[in-house]
Ligand binder design. Structure first.
Ligand SMILES: [Ca+2]
Length: 356
């Protein structure tokens, strides 16, 4: 078996792989990623081409080029070990809603991976509310392998390299793609360097750096240092009168949502990431339930989401369903941290919990 982690170095240097012409094993692997039925309408901004009944993502500079990190992994697996390739094909072949898709997942969501299905197999389908929260909390906490804060930069190279065609480490707060050596560092403007952003600000739990929350891969994300600083500890929320808009459309400005103080500021991610942030917050609320000794903030109280924030995040969860890039990040987190975000694998868990 060849693991993706073993292949990082060569992949990092070559994120573009021509698909056809290719030996049959390679074509099979790459094509499986977009196996029919496949709806391109779910992937706004991507370009696709249909070849021999299979859908390929097209890079603007090279016909039939795959620039998605996972696809490169698949190709590398095909080259390295046909058995590993077959395993991964089975894992990803349900991306278009194939036969292995779980019946409880709405078709507009990327279906859970085989590893995700196996991971949550012992969570009872009849559990709801506090019982479901408790079961998920116990499982996520028990399996959580605590990382060092320093380890996050290395982890980003596995998790966030190549997302959305990015030729580097994907940035949640800007459109920049980063090279590892561009970690902050000093910054004076957007684009100078990237750092490790606590999407759920650490001051909201009082700033403790142990045991796990400070370096939780689910919630601590690569982000432009300047934009990160611009957000500071602002709650997530829709913005009017933006005083700053980053290159990926993230905004700082006046909060435009009931429940916030008049005249207070919010930080709004772009629409394509709103669901990602919502599911990160749902994860945090469940993973750290009962573990935070403070604080009462605008958006949270300890690990509880306050009502306006929870209502808003449920909306964001609905308007931006899990896509393959988000699912791949979750899968890669599992490979390192050994737990995973249940709301990425099973978006319908959100509906079974009436109070985060
Ligand atoms: Ca998204």
């Amino acid at each position: 078996m060849v693991y993706a982690g073993d292949l990082k170095s060569p992949i990092r240097k070559d994120v573009r792989v021509r698909v056809p012409p290719a030996p049959p094993a390679i074509s099979k692997c790459v094509r499986a990623f977009f196996r029919p039925p496949f709806s391109t309408s779910l992937y706004e901004g991507w370009q696709f081409a249909s070849v021999d009944g299979w859908t390929h993502r097209v890079d603007t500079t090279s016909r039939y080029t795959c620039s998605v990190f996972r696809q490169v992994v698949l190709v590398a697996l095909a080259l390295s070990a046909s058995a590993a390739c077959r395993d991964d094909v089975r894992t990803v072949a349900d991306a278009g809603g194939g036969a292995g898709a779980d019946a409880t997942v709405p078709p507009e969501h990327a279906s859970p991976t085989a590893a995700g299905v196996a991971y949550f197999a012992d969570i009872g389908s009849g559990l709801t509310g506090p019982e479901l929260v408790g079961a998920l909390h116990r499982k996520l906490a028990a399996d959580h392998v605590s990382l060092s804060f320093d380890a996050l930069y290395d982890a980003y190279q596995a998790l966030d390299q190549g997302r959305e065609g990015c030729t580097g480490i994907y940035d949640f707060y800007s459109s920049k793609c980063w090279q590892p050596e561009q970690a902050c560092g000093n910054y004076t403007r957007e684009g100078d360097c990237f750092n490790r952003e606590h999407s759920w600000p650490k001051s909201w739990w009082g700033g403790a750096t142990a045991p796990n929350q400070h370096q939780d891969l689910v919630a601590v994300i690569p982000a432009d240092g300047f934009v990160n600083n611009t957000r500071s500890q602002l709650p997530l929320g829709p913005v009017i009168s933006a005083t700053y808009t980053s290159s990926n459309g993230s905004k700082r400005g006046l909060c435009n949502v009931a429940g916030t103080e008049p005249g207070s500021a919010c930080f709004e991610p772009p629409d394509a990431l709103k669901g990602d942030f919502a599911r990160i917050y749902f994860y945090m609320a469940v993973r750290y339930e009962g573990e935070f000794s403070c604080c009462a903030e605008t958006a949270v109280n300890r690990a509880d989401l306050v009502p306006w924030q929870e209502t808003m995040l449920r909306d964001w969860h609905a308007i931006d369903p899990v896509d393959i890039a988000e699912r791949n990040r979750n899968e890669d987190i599992f490979g390192i941290q050994r737990n995973r975000n249940p709301f990425v694998d099973y978006p319908t868990f959100v509906d079974r919990i009436d109070d985060f």
